[in-house]
Design a protein around this ligand. Structure first.
Ligand SMILES: NC(=O)c1ccc[n+]([C@@H]2O[C@H](COP(=O)([O-])OP(=O)(O)OC[C@H]3O[C@@H](n4cnc5c(N)ncnc54)[C@H](OP(=O)(O)O)[C@@H]3O)[C@@H](O)[C@H]2O)c1
Length: 264
C-alpha cells in the first residue's frame, strides 16, 4: 500500500531513541528521506546508520538540543541546504522531570516551558518556511501526552504544559489550513521506552513500592493489558504524515490502549 511518502522529506526531532526513533524508522520504511536530531552526536549518528541500513533511506543527522534556539537554527539551515524542502515535521523532545507542585520551584516550570512548549514553537518557526516553500502542503505532528487530557500521577510539569500544545495545534491548524498544511498531535498513554523505565523508578521511590509492583499496577489500568510498543506509535506518526491523512487537522490521536476514561 502506497502511503504517498516515497521521496518526501521528514524532519523528526529528539529521535535517537524511543518514540522519536520509532517515528523516524516508520517514515523511512514508507519511503521518506529523513533529517533527525537529538542531543548526543554519537547516539543520533548510530540511529541514522541503523535506519539507513534497514530502509535504504537518506538520513541527515545532527546533534541538536531542542532547548537551544541556535542548535535548531543550524539544523534547519542544514536541512535547507541538503534537501531544500520539508514535507513532514515531527516535533518531539525529552520529557520534563516528574514531581508534585510542592517539589517543583519556579525555575523548574521555566525550564519545562522551554523544553516542552517553546521547543515546539521554535522548531516549527524554523522548519515551516521549508514546508511552505514548495507550496505542496505538509504535515506538522507534535508528540504530547495523554496526561494533557487526564492528568498523570506525579507529573505536574507535563500535565500543566502539554494542554498548551493542544491549544497551539488547534489554532495553527486553522491558520495553515488554507495552505494545505495539516497540524495535529499524537498523545501516547504508556509506550514502553526508556522514559517509562525512568518514571517507574521515580514512582517506585515516591510510593515506596518495588518497581515491578508499580509496573504491574500501571498495566492493570490499561484495558489492552500491556504497554504500547514504540512501533505502534511510529505507525500512527507515519499515517498522520501520509497522504492518507489529508483531511485530518487540528486534532489529537491518543495511542493509549483504551486507558483513558474520557469520552470526548
Ligand atoms: N513513552 C511514553 O509512553 C510517553 C508518554 C507520554 C509522553 N511521552 C513524551 O513523549 C516524548 C518522547 O518520549 P520517549 O518515551 O520517546 O522518551 P525517551 O525514551 O526518554 O527518548 C527521548 C529522546 O529525546 C531525545 N532528547 C531528550 N532531550 C532532548 C533535548 N533537549 N534535545 C533534543 N533531543 C532530546 C533523546 O536523545 P538524546 O539523549 O540523544 O538527546 C531521546 O532520543 C517525551 O516528551 C515524553 O515525555 C512519552
Amino acid at each position: 500500500m502506497d502511503m504517498g511518502l516515497t521521496g518526501k522529506v521528514a524532519v523528526v526531532m529528539a529521535s535517537s531513541r524511543g518514540l522519536g526513533r520509532a517515528s523516524a524508522l516508520q517514515l523511512a520504511r514508507e519511503g521518506a528521506h529523513l533529517a533527525i536530531a537529538s542531543r548526543s552526536a554519537e547516539r543520533i549518528a548510530a540511529t541514522a546508520k541503523a535506519i539507513s541500513a534497514e530502509t535504504g533511506a537518506r538520513v541527515l543527522h545532527r546533534a541538536v538540543d531542542v532547548t537551544r534556539a541556535e542548535d535548531i537554527a543550524a539544523f534547519a539551515a542544514e536541512v535547507a541546504s541538503v534537501y531544500g524542502r520539508v514535507d513532514v515535521l515531527v516535533n518531539n523532545g525529552g520529557g520534563p522531570p516528574p514531581g508534585t507542585f510542592d517539589a517543583l520551584d519556579e525555575q523548574a516550570f521555566v525550564a519545562a516551558t522551554n523544553l516542552v512548549l517553546l521547543n515546539v514553537v521554535r522548531t516549527t518557526k524554523a522548519i515551516l518556511p521549508l514546508i511552505r516553500s514548495h507550496k505542496g502542503g505538509g504535515r506538522i505532528i507534535t508528540v504530547t501526552s495523554a496526561g494533557a487530557r487526564e492528568p498523570l500521577y506525579n507529573m505536574m510539569l507535563s500535565n500543566s504544559l502539554r494542554p498548551a500544545i493542544h491549544g497551539w495545534t488547534k489554532t495553527l491548524s486553522k491558520e495553515l489550513g488554507p495552505e494545505g498544511i495539516t497540524v495535529n498531535c499524537i498523545a501516547p498513554g504508556i509506550v514502553g521506552t526508556e522514559r517509562i523505565d525512568e518514571l517507574i523508578a521515580a514512582n517506585s521511590q515516591r510510593m515506596v513500592k518495588p518497581p515491578e509492583q508499580v509496573r504491574a499496577e500501571m498495566i492493570a489500568r490499561i484495558p489492552l493489558g500491556r504497554f504500547g510498543r514504540p512501533e505502534e506509535f511510529g505507525a500512527v506518526v507515519a499515517f498522520l504524515g501520509s497522504a492518507w491523512a489529508s483531511y485530518i487537522s487540528g486534532t489529537t490521536i491518543y495511542v493509549d490502549g483504551a486507558a483513558m476514561a474520557s469520552v470526548v
